[in-house]
Design a binder for this molecule. Sequence first.
Ligand SMILES: Cc1cc2nc3c(=O)[nH]c(=O)nc-3n(C[C@H](O)[C@H](O)[C@H](O)COP(=O)(O)O)c2cc1C
Length: 229
Amino acid sequence: MTEPLKILAINGSERTGNTSDVLRHAADTAEQRGAHFDTVDLRNIRMERCGPCGDCNVRPVPCSLEDDIPGVVRRMTEADAIVFAAPVHGFGTASLMQTFIERAGVGYLRFDRPLSNKVAGIIAVARRYSAGEVWAQLTVNAMLNRMIVVGSGFPATVHALHRGDALKDTEGLTNVSRMINRMIDMAELLSEYRRLTGRDALLAPHEVNERVGLEANAYDPTVPKTASA
Ligand SMILES: Cc1cc2nc3c(=O)[nH]c(=O)nc-3n(C[C@H](O)[C@H](O)[C@H](O)COP(=O)(O)O)c2cc1C
């Protein structure tokens, strides 16, 4: 029997609110397809903010700040598909998700792009303003990480203010379900491709690390090392 597909959601809300409700809806859709759906609530993990060192562009090892980001990166690398879900705050991405993008992206992901060819889905939740901008930012970030972002017809943006409002946005939830279903379709297609061809890496190896002069695949990106290591 084949293993169920693993979908991991990253929730960038600071409360159990609309984004959690939308992710519960996404989980229901995934579970109806037999996929496993798990969520990391960024509010419950230890996450430092990027510091002032600015060494990222020259240091050939991951960030030495100690927090839970390496564990979350590892969980993402073990998933088949990843959902990034965030509320809109101040016309932009809520700060928990923004901090995560900076810490995970700059500290870990950009070395070997370990999320390459994983399927990505983006959800933005807003009262009314800038859901599209946040959705677009998170989409570009997934593409930066060489993920495969599937279309869902209209973007999976959900409009809601108070807790419970998200479940009334039937159009938004339909777009979320369509996105999850298409993510599963794409992940199954990729898995079938790998099974038939025996090829795992779909990328040319020389493209792995875009930072000039740094060796690719030189270490496990989820194990932090100090700058002198
Ligand atoms: C600090 C803060 C800033 C917000 N800024 C915006 C905004 O710029 N545009 C908007 O449409 N909604 C804004 N909202 C509303 C939230 O996006 C909305 O209530 C959303 O449903 C919250 O999701 P959550 O319950 O998962 O936290 C803001 C909410 C907060 C708390």
